[in-house]
Design a protein around this ligand. Structure first.
Ligand code: ADP
Ligand code: MG
Ligand code: MG
Length: 255
């Protein structure tokens, strides 16, 4: 049984105005096969949490821990995190000029598994996943994220998710900029990975829309760098009706 634990996480960022504390004590436990949604207003630190889990050097952990099956994630390089079973889909995916989708996938798979995948099965798996995600086969020969539309970037990330088979995936605003059809296809991909491999998911979103397709076990409301409230899927329905105003009023009153 795999588990990803975030304990009392405090994260700073250096800005031109000086050091800013962005995460202010985040506690979160995700067990294998669980889907957790993090919802919150813009600027509340959701992406900072994702980048910190990913190991982005700009984000300095000043207190707290991240553990994957008891191993200290914060001591791992970005590559080691991927090998340990973490997958991060970023809000703004980067372009990789000169590297095709198919080469990227094969290189990543080889690095993560420690050996190259057997060629026939691999080609079949790639084709099947691309077809599930309704991606044209010509897509495989394009350079990663170069000139991709918003929807293509997100599908490409879910393609990676399906083929790399991580233990835990952090999906940062995977729903942003998707039309309903693309949202369904991407959500089905996440649900397949969840059903087939027991993937644990940390789904970061500003809107409740994606939660119609991916059913969370837990919903956490993120405000001003920490979890302000948690509940089940019904909490998302409440946010849909009431928005985040209530929490911001509470925050500013506390300050
Ligand atoms: P969210 O994803 O919830 O919208 P972010 O994590 O992107 O929030 O940002 C939280 C706060 O931290 C914002 O005020 C943002 O401006 C600030 N911030 C995040 N990353 C940086 C950075 N690299 N440099 C300066 N400020 C940052
Ligand atoms: Mg604290
Ligand atoms: Mg964000």
């Amino acid at each position: 049984m795999s588990v990803l634990e975030i304990k009392n996480l405090h994260v700073n960022v250096e800005t031109e105005q000086g050091t800013r504390e962005i995460l202010r004590g985040v506690d979160l436990v995700i067990n294998e096969g669980e889907i957790h949604a993090i919802m919150g207003p813009n600027g509340s630190g959701k992406s900072t949490l994702a980048y910190t889990i990913a190991g982005h050097p700009k984000y300095q952990v000043v207190e707290g821990e991240i553990l994957l099956d008891g191993e200290n994630v914060l001591e791992m390089s970005v590559d080691e995190r991927a090998r340990a079973g973490l997958f991060l889909a970023m809000q703004y995916p980067v372009e990789i000029p000169g590297v095709t989708v198919t080469n990227f996938l094969r290189t990543a798979k080889t690095a993560i598994d420690g050996e190259a995948p057997a060629i026939r099965g691999w080609i079949k798996d790639v084709r099947e996943s691309m077809s599930n995600l309704k991606m044209d086969s010509a897509f495989a020969e394009r350079n990663v994220n170069e000139g991709f539309s918003g929807g293509e970037k997100k599908r490409n990330e879910i393609l990676q998710l399906e083929l790399l088979k991580p233990k835990f995936a952090v999906l940062d605003e995977t729903d942003s900029g998707l039309d309903v059809d693309a949202l369904k296809i991407v959500s089905e991909g996440v649900n397949r990975a969840h059903a087939n491999t027991g993937l644990g998911v940390l789904l970061i979103t500003h809107y409740t829309r994606i939660l119609r397709y991916i059913k969370p076990d837990f919903v956490h409301v993120f405000v001003a760098g920490r979890i302000a409230e948690q509940g089940g899927a019904e909490l998302a329905d409440r946010l849909e009706e009431e928005g985040y105003d209530r929490y911001q009023v509470a925050e500013s009153a506390a300050e």
